[in-house]
Design a protein around this ligand. Sequence first.
Ligand SMILES: *[C@@H]1O[C@H](CO)[C@@H](O)[C@H](O)[C@H]1NC(C)=O
Length: 262
Amino acid sequence: MASSPWSWSFSFFLMVWMWMMAVRSTVAVAPHFQPRPWALAHATFYGDETASETMGGACGYGNLFNNGYGTDTVALSSTLFNNGYACGTCYQLRCVQSKACYTGFTTVTATNLCPPNWSQDSNAGGWCNPPRTHFDMAKPAFMKIAAWKAGIVPVMYRRVPCVKSDGLKFSFQGNGYWLLVYVMNVGGGGDIGSMWVKGSRTGWISMSHNWGASYQAFATLGGQALSFKLTSYTTKETILAMNVAPSNWNVGMTYKSSVNFH
Ligand SMILES: *[C@@H]1O[C@H](CO)[C@@H](O)[C@H](O)[C@H]1NC(C)=O
């Protein structure tokens, strides 16, 4: 069959349209974090009702009241902690299969590591030993799902999006040649997989994972306004937080941005 000019232009139009749809689906649609399926684990608690023992945890969030995490927090066994990449992830927990259970669930944020204790058996006290998936909750959070006297209860858990109404927070440490940044108040998946910093006189500088929720750059960035580029560990979404810190930024300060993951 001979092809007319009309069918050629129609084919061309169709190709352009298909290309535009492909671009749209890869660029414009942000991969928001979706809840994961429910699974079975166990939960204990640490500290007392004041949750003072939960401050200064392995993620590096420092004072959890000042930084917005409060007492709805959890220390993860190393199997879940993933060398700190799980810092900031959020979980729904519901007590099951125990007389100590209350009804309903509570939501907690991972702010600490529950380290293994090899002098205790994994089924008798060494609850956080690998390969156990275990949640060592702040006591006020545990008391929302079970009677604390139970000590340990089976739980159903699932990862859920971290709901944040405001933007990412960046807490600065280090010195003139080494910038160490703790990323806090992360929405969506709650976790950070990679991070870059840009001074007003530099290009994007890749930061390396230090520990917990902190990333570092060995660079001289003093006297420059700083921007950050971050990729979610779970969803791989990348966002830009431009001009987060002014040129007179200092270590010991926390800077807020207007952007966040969802
Ligand atoms: C580990 O378990 C032993 C035996 O119960 C206990 O004495 C010790 O305090 C525990 N270590 C830590 C770091 O909790």
